[in-house]
Write a protein that binds this ligand. Sequence first.
Ligand SMILES: Cc1cc2nc3c(=O)[nH]c(=O)nc-3n(C[C@H](O)[C@H](O)[C@H](O)COP(=O)(O)O)c2cc1C
Length: 386
Amino acid sequence: MDLFNCLLLLCGCVFLVVGITMKFKKSPAKPQPSETKPVPYFFFSFFLIYLPFIFSKTVLKKDDVTTPEIPEVSYGPIHIYFGSQTGTAANYAQILGEESSKNGFQPKIIDLIDFDIKQLKSCKLATFLMATHGEGEPTDNSKAFNEWIADEERTNEELKGVKFLVFGLGNKQYQFYNAQGRKINEYMEKLGAERIYKYGEGDDNDSLEDDFNEWKTGLWEGLKGVLQPVRSTERKTTKTQSNLPFIVNTGNDAKEIDLETYDVNSDDKEYEFQMKQYLLSASANVTSIRELRQRTDDGSTIHIEIDNGSCGVSYRTADNLAMFPENDLETVEKVAKLLGLNLDEVFTLEENEDVDKKIKFKFPFPSPITVRTFLTKFCDLHSPIR
Ligand SMILES: Cc1cc2nc3c(=O)[nH]c(=O)nc-3n(C[C@H](O)[C@H](O)[C@H](O)COP(=O)(O)O)c2cc1C
């Protein structure tokens, strides 16, 4: 199996295992009182941050294009917007994207930071996956959209002709449960858009994934029941040689970039959701991990100690800490052996110029990088394959 096929196989995965080295998101430039000293160790139970979005887009060699299977009937484009802080809603957007393709839709997955009203109006069918953060507040990437939708300047005809559906991600432990999902669901209707599928919401304190699965049971059949199929001639025009956004290039003697010193701000490449934060994060060593529960059949609470001595990140009680775990070397080596990959092979991701660029193109991760770095930092090798 060549590198390209392996990349395909590994797409769409989620990080789950905490490696020995972790990358920490540096706090936004929030002034710290001068008397606050960095806390040497952190205590927390569940700060695993998922990066499912990184490999959610398929990478493809230009010469290796096979025509994707297209369902007999097409229902046209669907925009899937996500407001996400720690990646879950972004992951759900990918899941809906894949399912919608199989059901005859042409999905575009859009980070709400790139929200563009003209685009929404031209698409006419929009799904919103909205997580709530802070105390009932929007995620960083959906703040501007949140302000836009509630602005006094909006009129109740503004989104006439747009059909929409919303799923909210929240946690019942918080006072303002699913405030953002509820707000967007309400405001879309207020601005004249038509809800064509029931509003759904999930509780991260219980079983968010079950809630999501339950909500989307019947979703595609429901949409097909109210939407007109697109004529087959229109469908053919969307069938290009490849509508996949990346090309993987190998064997061009490229040298791996150093991710520790890589200055993302001086690069003109745009990166997908949270990749920039990842690239701006600092490394720290985990010095101990202990299970605190006597029985783990019902879940796990872990005490983790992190040495932040040299990473330049301080922590105060109630600060948020984002953690970007890596796969351990042993697993990486096993996977490479199984797939017949050379860990030292360097590859470069390039934009596929043949793809329609109505949605802003963004790289999922920087390159050139080795297969080792790719498997260690940008792939989930532990979660079940969907
Ligand atoms: C710091 C923090 C604040 C949160 N605040 C709320 C809240 O006010 N209301 C709520 O329903 N859920 C809240 N949640 C739960 C998240 O919405 C939930 O975990 C969601 O699945 C996160 O989605 P994301 O990974 O896409 O960001 C909060 C979670 C965190 C970590």
